[in-house]
Design a protein around this ligand. Structure first.
Ligand SMILES: [Zn+2]
Length: 220
């Protein structure tokens, strides 16, 4: 990892850890997600599962919604999604469908993770067979600020954290090297993906062209 990328990764993960502490203050579990490019944050979120009484309101999904509304998924292939805990299967599916180009997390989730448990983040089959829906496999980096992420969980509830550790629910990623950070490179895009990007651009420009007419009509 080059030093600027590493510096940005650590800064963005530090924000995720900070968000996970903010989440606890709001009565949520300690999860925090940031979507960014070159250290510039596009979207960030904490879980809303407790406050909304809705198990689908994970930080990653909320941040992905904001990001897609802001710039559209075609641009998201340039962006990195940072999160303190490995994304679950549901969030990993959304990450692949939203075309995120890179995923960075601190702690692995061997029981619930969308990479460690179910290989959704690195599954070539879904993008190979349905390139119109799923982006190619993103780069996945794990272990960034793992100690800081663990400390936030320990501070949230020391007893619960002991149980989580004993059961192996959250762990420091395996294969530690380069200061415990593990990088799995992205897979290259197929011809189908280039075609899909072209179609997406054409569709977006058509929507933009039509938008003023639609507005005018609404006033009639
Ligand atoms: Zn999730």
């Amino acid at each position: 990892m080059d030093s600027l990328l590493e510096k940005n990764d650590k800064a963005m993960m530090a924000r995720c850890v900070e968000l996970s502490r903010i989440a606890v203050g709001k009565g949520e579990y300690p999860f925090g997600t940031v979507i960014a490019l070159d250290g510039q944050i596009l979207a960030e979120a904490i879980n809303h599962t407790v406050r909304d009484g809705d198990v689908t309101r994970h930080a990653e999904v909320i941040a992905l919604s904001q990001a897609q509304k802001a710039i559209g998924r075609e641009q998201l292939r340039h962006y990195t999604l940072y999160t303190n805990i490995e994304p679950c299967a549901m969030c990993s599916y959304c990450i692949r469908e939203a075309w995120i180009g890179r995923v960075v997390y601190a702690l692995s989730s061997p029981v619930m993770g969308g990479f460690s448990k179910w290989n959704i983040l690195r599954d070539d089959d879904i993008s190979g067979r349905m390139p119109q829906i799923f982006a190619n496999v993103p780069e996945v980096v794990s272990g960034v600020l793992a100690r800081e992420a663990q400390q936030a969980w320990r501070d949230w509830n020391p007893l619960a954290w002991q149980m989580i550790k004993l059961r192996g629910l959250l762990t420091e990623p395996p294969c530690p090297y380069h200061d415990h950070v593990h990088v799995r490179p992205a897979h290259s895009r197929s011809l189908w993906h280039y075609l899909q990007i072209l179609l997406e651009r054409t569709r977006q420009s058509r929507v933009e062209t039509q938008a003023p007419d639609a507005q005018e009509n609404s006033h009639l």
